[in-house]
Design a protein around this ligand. Structure first.
Ligand code: SF4
Length: 83
């Protein structure tokens, strides 16, 4: 698990799962000792992932699969659907 560039420092990940995520002045990070919580707090980690509005939280599972972002209908898409 890691955080890509582009964090907006919104605090949502740390609020959802403070054992794993830490938000500083410039970006969010995965805490160095976070691995101990990956299994027991998986639901909270995935909640943090879902709450990240810029989708910079990357989660890769032990089998090599990655968590995919939720499909979000943007305002742009809504505008395009209007006649
Ligand atoms: S939820 Fe996303 S944008 Fe917000 S602080 Fe965490 S990593 Fe940054």
């Amino acid at each position: 698990m890691w955080i890509e560039e582009g964090c907006l420092i919104c605090q949502a990940c740390e609020s959802a799962c403070p054992s794993v995520f830490s938000v500083g002045d410039d970006t969010a990070v995965v805490r160095p000792d976070a691995a101990q919580w990956f299994e027991s707090q998986r639901e909270l980690i995935e909640r943090a992932y879902d709450h990240c509005c810029v989708e910079v939280i990357m989660i890769e599972y032990a089998d090599g699969t990655r968590m995919e972002p939720l499909k979000v209908i943007s305002d742009h898409q809504l505008d395009n659907s209007r006649p």
